[in-house]
Design a protein. Structure first.
Length: 319
């Protein structure tokens, strides 16, 4: 019977073999003297490497778009968008989720970021957390996951147990699943309803997947959340209209957004914002639709917050 030491050694050999076949972990001998180059040359190399990332993302735009449409359909029914990852991918998910309330006025529970090891893992490594599928299931169960929700497992390797466990557990609960990785034929993509594999190639610093892989993941997460919010009516054209003027910076931004959307003068904008408790979308509707604040609120509620549909209702029906 193998000893514990033998099993540990075998596990280490297996992990080493797995890393050696991953594109994101490949060694680049042509860069072995990078530490001897002038700083400007290193910066140029790094910048050149980064320019390849958008092209890698572009190759997967059809898969990304299909995933976004599926997410938006679920969220329109009240579902949530949940990111799950360990280390850098986990931090990127938490970052993207935390930006949704101030940008789109979403409820903080609508887009959620889960990182292996919990909040402390945002600033320090939590030993062993990424290796636990069970921890991912426990974290998702704490959210009372439903079939209306979407879970996005994020992992550069596409093999991280926490991300893989999250997708498998969510799938078993009937939730929509997305697997975002940076290697082809990854277990994560295979386990998900929508697999998105952004192959950016070996890193400038071998194995440092916070570089190109992290940039690619950030770009895709930006698309997932932003385009989903566009589909949910959180914008009017390219204007960020689902904003409430709750502080001076936001009040200035709100006035500018209303002006861009309506062409109204300062006094009319101030009256509209006052009549709608600082709600930009409602204020635009009162000006362009010629309705009062309560009517604007009712029309937006009836159209699930879609300003264009509310404007159509305001201008074509008997209110």
């Amino acid at each position: 019977m193998p000893s514990a030491a033998d099993e540990t050694s075998a596990n280490h050999r297996d992990l080493k073999a797995q890393l050696e076949i991953l594109t994101t972990e490949a060694f680049r001998p042509e860069l072995s003297g990078i530490d001897r180059l002038p700083t400007l040359d290193i910066a140029r190399l790094m910048n050149t490497e980064d320019t390849t990332v958008p092209t890698a993302v572009a190759r997967r735009l059809p898969e990304i778009a299909a995933a976004i449409d599926a997410v938006a359909e679920r969220m329109a029914r009240g579902g949530r968008l949940v990111y799950c990852g360990a280390g850098t991918p986990g931090r990127l998910g938490v970052l993207d989720a935390s930006e949704c309330p101030p940008t789109f006025n979403t409820d903080p529970t609508q887009v959620v970021g889960l990182i292996a090891g919990g909040p402390p893992a945002m600033v320090t490594s939590v030993e062993g957390a990424e290796d636990s599928r069970e921890l991912a299931a426990k974290d998702l169960d704490a959210l009372r996951l439903t079939a209306a929700d979407t879970v996005v497992g994020v992992s550069a390797s596409g093999r991280t147990p926490y991300a893989l466990g999250a997708v498998e557990h969510a799938h078993a609960r009937g939730a929509l699943t997305i697997g975002l990785s940076c290697n082809e034929n990854s277990p994560l993509a295979a386990a998900a309803d929508h697999g998105i594999e952004i192959v950016v190639g070996p890193e400038l610093i071998t194995g440092s997947t916070r570089l190109k892989a992290g940039t690619a993941q950030k770009l895709v997460l930006n698309m997932l959340s932003t385009i989903t919010m566009i589909r949910l009516g959180k914008t009017y054209g390219n204007l960020m209209v689902d904003v409430r003027a709750s502080n001076e910076k936001l009040r200035a931004r709100s006035r500018r957004i209303v002006a861009l959307a309506t062409g109204a003068g300062d006094d009319e904008i101030e009256r509209a914002l006052a009549a709608t408790d600082g709600e930009v979308k409602n204020a635009i509707l009162t000006i362009l639709g010629g309705v009062d604040g309560p009517t604007a609120s009712r029309l937006l509620q009836q159209t699930d917050g879609h300003l264009r549909a509310a404007l159509t209702a305001a201008t074509t029906t008997d209110r």
